[in-house]
Design a protein around this ligand. Sequence first.
Ligand SMILES: Cc1cc2nc3c(=O)[nH]c(=O)nc-3n(C[C@H](O)[C@H](O)[C@H](O)COP(=O)(O)OP(=O)(O)OC[C@H]3O[C@@H](n4cnc5c(N)ncnc54)[C@H](O)[C@@H]3O)c2cc1C
Length: 502
Amino acid sequence: MIYSYSDYEHSKQLNADVCVIGSGAGGAVVAYELAASGYSVIIVEEGGFYSTKDYDGKPLNSMKTMWRGAGATVSFGIPSISIPAGKCVGGTTAINSATCFRTPEHVVHQWKQRLQVNLDFKELESYCERVETIINVTKLPWDVLGNCANIVKRGADALGLHCKPLMHNVKNCKGCGTCQFGCVEGAKQSMEVSYIPLALQYNAMLLTHCKAVKILFKGNKAYGVQCVITNEAGEKSTCTVNASVIVCACGSMLTPLLLKHSGVRNKHLGKHLQIHPCSRVVALMDEEVNGWIGVSQGAYIDDYANEGIMLEGIFVHPSILAASLPGVGNDFLQLVQRFNNIAAFGVMVHDTAEGVVSGNMNAPLLWYSMSGRDIETLKKGIAYLSMVFIAAGAKQVFTPLSPFPVLHSMDDVEKLEHAHISRKDIPEVFAFHPLGTCRMAGDSSCGVADSYGKCFNTDNVYIADGSIVPTSLGVNPQITIMTLATKISRHIADTLAHTRCV
Ligand SMILES: Cc1cc2nc3c(=O)[nH]c(=O)nc-3n(C[C@H](O)[C@H](O)[C@H](O)COP(=O)(O)OP(=O)(O)OC[C@H]3O[C@@H](n4cnc5c(N)ncnc54)[C@H](O)[C@@H]3O)c2cc1C
């Protein structure tokens, strides 16, 4: 059952075995797994439920409804970094690029060594396989991956690098390239298309436009969640969901703030924010690219992964990409007139810096300053990607670095490689993967949750979203979040079964 605006009238108090707050990568998985295990589940989601009928392929329209703060979530620090997130059923998966990577084994090993996290890689793999089956992780053919992927592959081949197709959670994807603004083909198997409908089949209840504002405790035991509902006119009312288990899955920006506001105390709450800082390189080709046709994130090069660099496709909607092209006046006009010849690809850094989330749930404040090492890594990634484009035949390569706006040759790239770049020289940095703000650890002196996602110093509050992922991964995180959420659900199901027997 789905509750929307007018359905709340007579439902001020609701009861369930489990209340899941947030319907994104973590929350949707927990909701389905526990509903399918026979528990009554209520999902509380601040955003609305959108589907193909609501999408017109225009970025600004989707950003207004589906993106938190209409896309204006940024970090303070130098450079200031745009860190968007979803605010809708499906969470950020509804606006993501559908790229799927398994959790790297060496990263899990580091978590075990550094934070005494008790995770068994083989066990995680079995949960991961379950996730991949449910969301249909698939390899798409090169023609659907688009011309940017083909051009980068050509450059990579010429340099002896390996450009490989990314895996995507899609069914019958035709590559219309609007993944981040709601999949107009309904091909992306994001949570509102996959796990949430499955949870509803098992009688889970979904409360949309309903924001959890406080978890209610008696001592260390939580007994409910206080929520605020906003109707179409913007009027507010309240309801309470009473439950035996509360699962926080609001994402890395908001879960620590909800826990803090609810009285949970832990010195790691909101700390250790890692984000995978990213930027892009744009190339002007002689050939027609028509980069907007095809999957926007089609392929990747991981030859530099041991340097902390992942090169991953990203061709965003022309209305956004055009705005980031260099030049003014006539120069800009001439470049935009050749938009068909523009190719773009991204650089992602496996970061070493850590930031903090503070503020309150209405206005989360993200503080993150890139470390000197990460700036150097990003610069190198930009240089490597520029090399690939030049090897593929690009005549001009536009970087996001203000001292090197345009490169024309391998000599230019070499100069860039040896130049010192400071924080202020990279005005255009984005990040799509906030993680770690309620990290898992062996005990409360190192983290916020145990290896089953249970929040330390509480009896029955669990965390199942990006915030428990202890560090950045070097790869896109949705599969890792869903894998951990599956593990956490199994543990909650076992615990509830045990409680019922006693
Ligand atoms: C543009 C973009 C592209 C991306 N592309 C990829 C990709 O291709 N592959 C990949 O692996 N990752 C990608 N990501 C990241 C990935 O989607 C996220 O890491 C993942 O969805 C995070 O899962 P989560 O459960 O932590 O939070 P989310 O998926 O963000 O879900 C949190 C949910 O909680 C809700 N919520 C928050 N507070 C409250 C509250 N108080 N009450 C009720 N509800 C609340 C939110 O509205 C939201 O729906 C991308 C991200 C972005 C922004």
